[in-house]
Design a protein around this ligand. Sequence first.
Ligand code: AAM
Length: 336
Amino acid sequence: MAFLSSFPEIEFSRPLFAGILGNTALSMVPGISGAGSTPERTVFTPILDAELIVKGEIHSMGYKPNTPTNCPTPAVITRSMLQLCGIEPVFVNAGMFNRPTVPCLDVYGDAGADPRQGDAVPRAHAIFEAGKRAGRLLSGCADLLVLGESVPGGTTTALCVLRALGYDARVSSSFVNNPVEQKEEVCRAVVARVRESGVTDPLDVVRIGGDPMMAVAAGIVCGFSGEVVLAGGTQMLSVNAVLKGLGERMAPLATTEYVRADASANFEAVAASVGAGAWYVDPGFDTIGDAGLARYCEGEVKEGMGAGGAILLARIMGYSEEEIRSAILSTVLSFR
Ligand code: AAM
């Protein structure tokens, strides 16, 4: 594939990147998420991803937000692109178990609970409204908002919400071998609870079986006055599905070729049935010169922390494919 599936015709003068940080208790269930070196550590990955992007290194904890096989976090890619573009990112704390280590806009949400045991996001409606306010606030700073996420376990909650909203979705994974059966087990429980309760409001579906990022991201898209690009894979599809169900505007998606090519998921088909446009970036990690990034092409990590959208942003700001590739490589090497 070409570096970009097509070149976006977006007019903007003041771009901004925002990363939404959130937790779901599901990421601590062994086998669900590879977005961290152990299941227990996955809950810190959003905090460490943000710290890495802001500071270029990690001081607060003695480990990196890499995968169990030490494949580099996609936050390294996001960091390199924001440095290249000279963009100071903003982070939004949608709801986490622990306090972040960099300044964040805070909607005072809670970490998502295990949706098999009760409501995952009891205050979904309230944090959606707070997200709207955050979106209005950011409208004063930018006319283009690239919105990423870091929510380990978030592909499982995305599956729950997409299915409960009626989409024939299969979601991606941070692992090469997608733990499909484990995700289906969670999804069956959520869909059954949604059906029993008879809810139809998409924010009620997020309340029952989603994660805090979804409600906050949907709110930000509603509140922001300029263009928004949802930077992410199947998790950001679930945000568009929520927006569509609410009758609100959707945002085009930007993700990597590695998500599109994931045969265990059906990103393109779901994007088409939701009715959202998508751009795909293929930074050619197989030939970039780093063994960890090369594993993205085999299906490890694939995307995250808005990495695909950050690459797209650098490209539409005028940086060449080679400038982008060499910036990514040098950041990854300095983070080893
Ligand atoms: C975010 N940080 C990451 C990472 N992500 N660090 C390492 N690997 C990743 N894949 P799953 O549902 O399998 O946990 O995948 C979703 C997570 O993977 C999200 O946090 C996403 O941003 C990405």
